[in-house]
Design a protein. Structure first.
Length: 327
């Protein structure tokens, strides 16, 4: 891969098409906002794999409730830990991220119909330039790649670390056990820490997001889900909006089984079909981005595959104990 170090390399945070399946990268206020006591989440995204493995992003997270006997009934205090690894250009650039989140959910009535959540996330980021995998401009000749680079970058792997803070809020309204509406907002890179290499350091732009959604029953065994995610970072603006239908399969091998199918649309002319299955405490989801733009360049989205996996301990199937969004 031909490499250079410029501000553009640090202008945009990693993102997921399945934003709803990566709660701790979506909003710190979602920490502990799930039906159960402990949640494990994993995400894998491979984007533009046919273009020298251009972008690969992986996350692993766990969040759980704390001090349940010491806070007010129906409130929740939760802690979460997130690890994210983002690799660009066949591992020429690697960004490793460790985040610790703290969230508090405040019930606004005893029926748990309304709640308000706030969350904070402290993050440690390390960006590394792997010189061994880089191909610099002065190595390319008319006869092929034969030169030894004279650039100091090729002989010195570079690393840059920084601390930052993210924060978010979330409001939920559940008029019944089957209906739920929610809306939230988040700020990322609040400290706007300096990132970059050598003299090419720059402040990471503040990222602002709004997201929301709803769920409503359809017949006896179906549920309609809809959600959106709007984000803005420097000159980058993006909207994701879509919906899914889930269907509960009764008495299948003495297990709880629910099937999901839907699609989301992203404002860069991308359609994102989604399929998923929930089996007892597990939920698996898959998307494949389909871009219909006629102006795609090598650095833009061509296609991507994305996989998400949930595991939730002590899930209450009745829905009466705790109401939370699925998408």
């Amino acid at each position: 891969m031909t490499a250079c170090c410029s501000d553009d390399l640090f202008a945009q945070d990693p993102q997921f098409s399945q934003f709803f399946s990566s709660p701790l990268t979506l909003n710190a206020a979602l920490t502990g906002n799930f039906n159960g006591t402990t949640r494990f989440v994993g995400n894998i995204r491979s984007q533009n794999a046919d273009y020298n493995n251009a972008y690969n992003t992986k996350t692993a997270s766990v969040d759980f409730n704390m001090l349940g006997n010491r806070i007010k009934q129906f409130d929740r205090l939760s802690l979460g830990v997130l690890f994210l690894s983002d690799q660009t250009g066949n591992k020429v650039l690697t960004n490793n991220h460790l985040g610790v989140s703290l969230g508090y959910l405040k019930a606004l009535d005893e029926e748990q119909k309304r709640s308000f959540s706030i969350g904070f996330q402290a993050s440690y980021n390390n960006k590394r330039f792997n010189a061994a995998n880089a191909l610099l401009e002065d190595q390319i000749t008319s006869g092929g790649i034969i030169n030894v680079s004279g650039d100091n970058l090729i002989n010195n792997g570079l690393s840059k670390s920084a601390l930052d803070v993210n924060a978010g809020i979330l409001y939920q309204y559940a008029p019944t056990n089957e209906h739920l509406y929610y809306i939230g907002g988040a700020l990322f890179n609040i400290l706007q820490s300096q990132k970059g290499f050598g003299n090419n350091t720059t402040a990471v732009p503040l990222r602002k997001t709004i997201h929301g959604g709803m769920m409503s029953p359809v017949g006896y065994a179906g549920t309609f889900h809809a959600s959106f995610h709007l984000q803005q970072q420097k000159g980058f603006n993006q909207l994701l909006i879509g919906a899914a239908y889930s269907h509960y399969l009764k008495d299948i091998l003495n297990a709880y089984v629910e099937l999901y199918a839907g699609a989301w649309y992203r404002s860069d002319e991308t359609v994102i079909p989604y399929i998923g299955i929930e089996w007892n405490y597990w939920r698996l989801g898959y998307t494949n981005d389909i871009n219909f733009s006629h102006q795609i360049t090598a650095g833009q989205l061509r296609y991507s595959n994305e996989l998400s996996l949930y595991y939730t301990l002590n899930k209450d199937r009745s829905g009466a104990k705790f109401k939370c969004p699925v998408f």
